[in-house]
Ligand binder design. Structure first.
Ligand SMILES: Nc1nc2c(ncn2[C@@H]2O[C@H](COP(=O)(O)OP(=O)(O)OP(=O)(O)O)[C@@H](O)[C@H]2O)c(=O)[nH]1
Ligand SMILES: [Mg+2]
Length: 691
């Protein structure tokens, strides 16, 4: 009898994640080549890769936008998102993680776990996305799989389950021993396809030793495997070489451990030399989950929680995770969670409250597309024809509304003032910026109420530079840009209690009456919390909510420099109403003025964004780098050395880092690199923070 597999079991929605430059785009490029999706291998440094197709990506040699591509391997469809590694584009990664079922984390075999790999690893932990690890660049001088694996264990804390042993080192790295099936996989020079053969005699003993280590590690974590392991170790004990776990048991256990997150399968290779890609694809298919293996997506409908299983016959529900204006039209990238859509179907955009029609459905190959008639649960596709959808919008069947939780958006930390150099271009600039912010929710455009300037805010200097350059190139606009400024906040250091505010207007006509008493205190966890301890119904619930809304209105501008206020708890302790003249509007106004007054009475401090900087420089340049960091108010928190190279970690106010890239380059004749990671806010010196 033939069994009919659910076709969804053959889909993998996969992200490639890593620190900047680890080789994500090169791995993606080789995957497209190995799967026959492309017939030419592109290179990042030549600007010829499929996924780095934006002109700025090609010029800068980095990935800026997450790009989706699709390919087929061993009867499976793999939808793959190549993500950017630079911290300024971490929001792109966040949105991608929201819609992925699994990921390949790429590591550099020389550097091991780098700061941004650690950040994206934690991001993936938060989203519960199962991962496998690919230790790349084994061809580089100084590359070592064992050291890289040790850094995965030490810094990321999963149990590494290493399933390969490299054949040859550095420049002589030619292949791997597959420890699961005990066979050798070699790749010829010049980038040809994999050749399979027996394990070379010289490596046989080491391969068997490592296979046993893998079996032990798996048995320790997996009860089913442990049973077989124990049974065989007693029965087959005399045969030292005999495997204690069947390949089939091993693969099954590795799949379970990957999906539960208890272990991480580690593979290795050199993407640049096209070595290690086929086994990576086999591992993606074998270990990472299909859309059916992940929990049903959760959403709300009229406030009630609902689950939607990945079932093509269920009502349609999808999350838009990316919007992109292209010559083909406005593309909305969707992860379909349940149901099926056909070309021409009407869908409800619950976030915008509009019903729209799907014009075309596309299978995306980076900048090329193939037309589809339909898209089903579990798939990632792009659609043309939606006008309202933004990144984070839910689309669903009009008769089965649902709201899925949108991806979180980080708050911008850096701003620049931008202006059109020709006054006739002002309107065009405004609409270009609005369109950009629509595509990238981590960009915010606003008008400064005091200066009337247009201010663009984002996640870092590079983020804003790329945005402005995009406006220049795509719209041919001549744009002037001011000095970057960081986004300060204000916080309460010492609170006040019993602040009384009376909002009374009773001079004829409809009056206003609201009387509130507030306590304000610092709140360590950050943000804003509000509670009421008013007794005896002296202030009805709806007015309490209005006071809270009024307080939120007041948080936009602190008393020190007009910066947003955070880290405080407000308690409404008492109040009074008037039978006729009290209203929600009156209480909201009272709440706003009361908190504004209270904040003026509190001891306040200005906070500035702080980042952890990791600088990698040649040893002889380290003195200059340390001096420079100190001059930038940096506090060095650690330094390590590899032969010839020093790695310095320091906490530095973001405001002091503007222009650091240029400075470091000139100090180290281009040999120094640095990366940053946001670590929150810290009190700022008074002089730098005034507006
Ligand atoms: N020696 C060596 N170099 C590699 C390998 N894989 C990638 N590279 C090089 O490393 C550089 C960065 O590679 P990318 O593929 O752009 O890295 P990425 O992780 O996509 O970088 P971002 O997207 O900017 O974060 C390029 O110059 C690649 O040619 C490898 O296996 N060995
Ligand atoms: Mg890249």
């Amino acid at each position: 009898m033939r069994t009919h597999l659910n076709p969804l079991t053959t889909v993998r929605n996969l992200g490639i994640l890593a620190h900047v430059d680890a080789g994500k785009t090169t791995v993606t490029e080789r995957i497209l080549y190995a799967t026959g999706t492309t017939h030419k291998r592109g290179e990042v440094h030549d600007g010829t890769t499929v996924t780095d197709f934006d002109p700025q990506e090609r010029d800068r040699g980095i990935t800026i936008f997450a790009a989706a591509v699709s390919c087929a391997w061993d009867g499976h469809r793999i939808n793959l998102i190549d993500t950017p590694g630079h911290v300024d584009f971490a929001d792109e990664v966040e949105r991608s993680l929201r819609v992925l079922d699994g990921a390949v984390a790429v590591f550099d075999a020389v550097a091991g776990v780098e700061p941004q790999s650690e950040s994206v690893w934690r991001q993936a932990d938060r989203h519960g996305v199962p991962r496998i690890a690919f230790v790349n660049k084994l061809d580089r001088a100084g590359a070592d799989l064992d050291t890289a694996v040790a850094s995965i264990r030490d810094r990321l804390h999963p149990a590494p389950l290493v399933v390969q042993l490299p054949i040859g080192r550095e420049d002589a790295f030619t292949g791997v021993v597959d420890l699961v099936r005990l066979r050798a996989l070699n790749w010829p020079d010049g980038g040809g396809a994999v050749e399979e053969g027996p394990v070379p005699d010289a490596l046989r003993e080491e391969a068997i030793r490592r296979r046993r280590l893998l079996e032990e590690a798996v048995a320790e974590l997996h009860p089913g495997a442990l049973e077989e392991f124990c049974m065989r170790s007693t029965v087959d004990a005399p045969l030292l070489d005999a495997p204690l776990l069947d390949a089939q048991t091993l693969v099954g256990a590795l799949r379970d451990l990957t999906r539960s997150g208890d272990g991480v399968v580690v593979l290795c290779g050199s993407a640049y030399r096209n070595r290690g890609i086929e086994p990576l694809l086999d591992a993606v298919v074998a270990y990472l989950p299909s859309p059916l293996d992940v929990p049903a997506v959760r959403g709300t409908c009229d406030g009630a929680r609902q689950e939607r299983a990945a079932d093509p016959r269920a009502p349609f529900a999808a999350l838009a995770f990316k919007v992109n204006a292209t010559p083909t039209g406005r593309l909305t990238y969707l992860r379909v969670y349940s149901g099926t859509i056909l070309k021409g179907d009407a869908v409800r955009d619950t976030s915008a409250g509009r019903t729209e029609r799907i014009g075309r459905i596309l299978r995306v190959q980076a900048d090329r597309h193939a037309q589809l008639e339909t898209a089903v649960a579990g798939d990632i596709v792009a659609v043309v024809g939606l006008k309202s959808a933004r990144a984070g919008s839910t689309l669903c069947a009009p008769d089965a509304p649902l709201v899925l939780e949108p991806p979180s958006v980080a708050e911008p930390v850096v701003s620049v003032a931008v202006e059109a150099r020709r006054s006739t271009d002002t309107d065009r600039l405004a609409s270009a910026l609005a369109r950009l912010a629509e595509e990238d929710p981590s960009l915010v455009v606003r008008t400064d109420p005091e200066t009337g300037q247009t201010v663009l805010s984002g996640m870092g200097e590079l983020h804003l530079e790329v945005a402005v350059e995009k406006v220049r190139r795509d719209h041919g606009l001549d744009v002037g840009v001011g000095r970057p400024r960081v986004a300060y906040r204000e916080t309460v250091v010492r609170g006040v209690s019993g602040l009384v505010h009376r909002h009374v207007k009773q001079d004829g006509g409809a009056g206003q009456f609201a009387h509130v008493v507030l306590d304000v205190e610092p709140f360590e966890d950050g943000g804003f919390t509000f509670r009421s301890t008013v007794v005896g119904g002296r202030v009805p619930q709806e007015y309490v909510r209005a006071v809270e809304a009024g307080c939120r209105d007041a948080l936009g501008e602190g008393p020190l420099g007009g910066h947003p206020v955070t880290g405080l708890r407000v308690t409404l302790t008492d109040g009074a109403t008037h039978v006729k003249d009290s209203s929600e509007a009156a209480f909201r106004t009272a709440g706003r003025f009361a908190l504004r007054e209270a904040l003026r009475a509190c001891a306040m401090a200005v906070l500035e964004p702080v980042v952890e900087v990791t600088v990698t420089v040649p040893e002889d340049a380290v003195g200059g780098v340390l001096g420079d960091l100190a001059a930038r108010r940096g506090r060095v928190s650690g330094s390590t050395a590899r032969p010839g190279t020093a790695v310095v970690t320091a906490t530095v106010p973001l405001a002091e880092l503007f222009g650091y890239a240029t400075r470091l380059r000139s100090r180290t004749q281009g040999r120094g690199t640095f990366t940053t990671r946001p670590t929150g806010h810290a009190p700022a010196p008074v002089a730098t923070s005034a507006r």
